[in-house]
Design a binder for this molecule. Structure first.
Ligand code: PHE
Length: 345
C-alpha cells in the first residue's frame, strides 16, 4: 500500500546521516532524483483510486518537503564542518624558518671593499674568461713565462704557435687593471674583487679557484710611500690599530719595485707563536709600483703618470681572521661550517 510506503520512507528520512559531500549526494540521488524513491512513489500515486487521491496527495507532498528539508539540513551541517576544518589557527607557533648566512668569503670581501672605499677606491669588474693580452702580455709577462704553461693556467683555447691567440681562465685579477687603464684616463683609483683560477691540485692549502682583490692607483706623482700608507691603514682597520706591517722585496712582472707585505701576527701580536712559525709576521699580499711598460701597453704616458698596484687573496685573509685551516671548506658549503659565521657581518 502506498500509505505504508510513505510512512516507511518518513521513518528512513528521519534517520539519515551523511559525513561528507559525496555521501550526501548519494542520498540526494537515492531519494530525490528522477529515478529516486520519491519519484517512484509519485508514479505509484497515479494508480490510486480517486477517493484516496486527496489524502495521499497531501501526504506525498508533505513527504517530499520533509525529504528536501532533510537533505538541505545535512548539506548545511557538512558545510560548517568543512569550514571549521579549513580554519587557520593563527595562534599556532610557526615552523622554525631556517635563516641563511652570508658566506665567509662574502663577509670578508665586503669588509675589505668597505675599507678601501673609505680611502677613495671605486669598484671595477672584468670577465673571468680572458684573452692572453689582459692576463699576461699587457702585464709584461715574457712569452716563455711559466704562468703561460698548461701546468699553471687553465686554457679555454690554446694556440701553440701564437700565444696572443690564447683564451684562459684569468689566473689573477690584474687583468681588470689592464682593462681599466685601457678605458679610463688617470687619475684611476679602483679595486676589483673577483674569482681567479689556477691549475692546482685541490688540497687543504691550495685550490683551483679562489678570490682576489686587486687595487690600482694611477696619478701624477704617486710614490711607494703612498702605497705603504694605504696598506698600513688597510691592515690596521682589518686586524686592529696595533697592527704593524713590513714590506719585503719581491718580484712580479708587472710591478717594479715589487714587494710582499707581512702584518704582525694577529695571534701573538708579533711576539712569535706557533701560528706565525715564531717569526711574529704573516704574509698577506703582493704589491708594487706599476712597471712603466705596463702603463705604456695600456696607453698611459709613463713619463707623466706613475702608480701602484696590490693584490690579495680573500681566502687567505679569511683564514687569518677566522682561523679556517682547510681551503676546501669555503667551497663545500657545509651548513655547519657556514653557520659559524652567523654573527660575522
Ligand atoms: N697579481 C698578483 C698575484 O696574483 C698579485 C699582485 C697584484 C702583485 C698587484 C702586485 C701588484 O699574485
Amino acid at each position: 500500500m502506498l500509505i505504508d510506503k510513505i510512512e516507511a520512507l518518513k521513518g528512513q528520512l528521519a534517520e539519515l546521516t551523511a559525513s561528507n559531500a559525496e555521501e550526501l549526494e548519494n542520498l540526494r540521488i537515492k531519494y530525490l532524483s528522477k529515478k529516486g524513491e520519491m519519484a517512484a512513489l509519485f508514479n505509484e500515486f497515479k494508480t490510486v483510486s480517486a477517493d484516496q487521491k486527496r489524502e495521499l496527495g497531501q501526504r506525498l507532498n508533505e513527504l517530499k518537503t520533509i525529504a528536501t528539508e532533510k537533505i538541505n539540513a545535512l548539506k548545511e551541517t557538512i558545510g560548517t564542518q568543512q569550514k571549521e576544518a579549513n580554519k587557520i589557527d593563527i595562534t599556532r607557533p610557526s615552523f622554525p624558518a631556517q635563516l641563511g648566512t652570508r658566506h665567509p668569503i662574502s663577509v670578508v670581501r665586503k669588509q675589505i671593499i668597505d675599507i678601501f672605499s673609505r680611502q677613495g677606491f671605486t669598484l671595477a669588474d672584468g670577465p673571468e674568461v680572458e684573452d692572453d693580452w689582459h692576463v699576461f702580455s699587457a702585464l709584461n709577462f715574457a712569452a716563455d713565462h711559466p704562468a703561460r704553461d698548461m701546468q699553471d693556467t687553465f686554457f679555454v683555447e690554446q694556440d701553440k704557435d701564437d700565444v696572443a691567440r690564447n683564451i684562459v681562465l684569468r689566473s689573477h685579477t690584474s687583468s681588470v687593471q689592464v682593462r681599466t687603464m685601457e678605458t679610463q684616463k688617470p687619475p684611476i683609483r679602483i679595486i676589483c674583487p673577483g674569482r681567479v683560477y689556477r691549475n692546482e691540485a685541490i688540497t687543504a692549502r691550495a685550490h683551483c679557484f679562489f678570490h682576489q682583490i686587486e687595487g690600482l692607483y694611477i696619478d701624477k706623482g704617486v710614490t711607494f710611500a703612498d702605497l705603504r700608507q694605504v696598506l698600513l691603514n688597510f691592515a690596521q682597520e682589518l686586524f686592529g690599530s696595533e697592527t704593524k706591517i713590513r714590506l719585503r722585496p719581491s718580484y712580479f712582472p708587472f710591478t717594479e719595485p715589487s714587494a710582499e707585505m707581512d702584518v704582525s701576527c694577529m695571534l701573538c701580536g708579533g711576539e712569535g707563536c706557533g701560528f706565525c712559525k715564531h717569526t711574529g709576521w704573516v704574509e698577506i699580499l703582493g704589491c708594487g709600483m706599476v712597471d712603466p711598460n705596463v702603463l705604456e701597453a695600456s696607453g698611459i704616458d709613463s713619463k707623466v703618470y706613475s702608480g701602484y698596484a696590490f693584490g690579495l687573496g680573500i681566502e687567505r685573509i679569511t683564514n687569518l681572521k677566522y682561523m679556517v685551516k682547510d681551503l676546501r671548506m669555503f667551497s663545500e658549503n657545509d651548513v655547519r661550517f657556514l653557520d659559524e659565521f652567523k654573527s660575522a657581518h
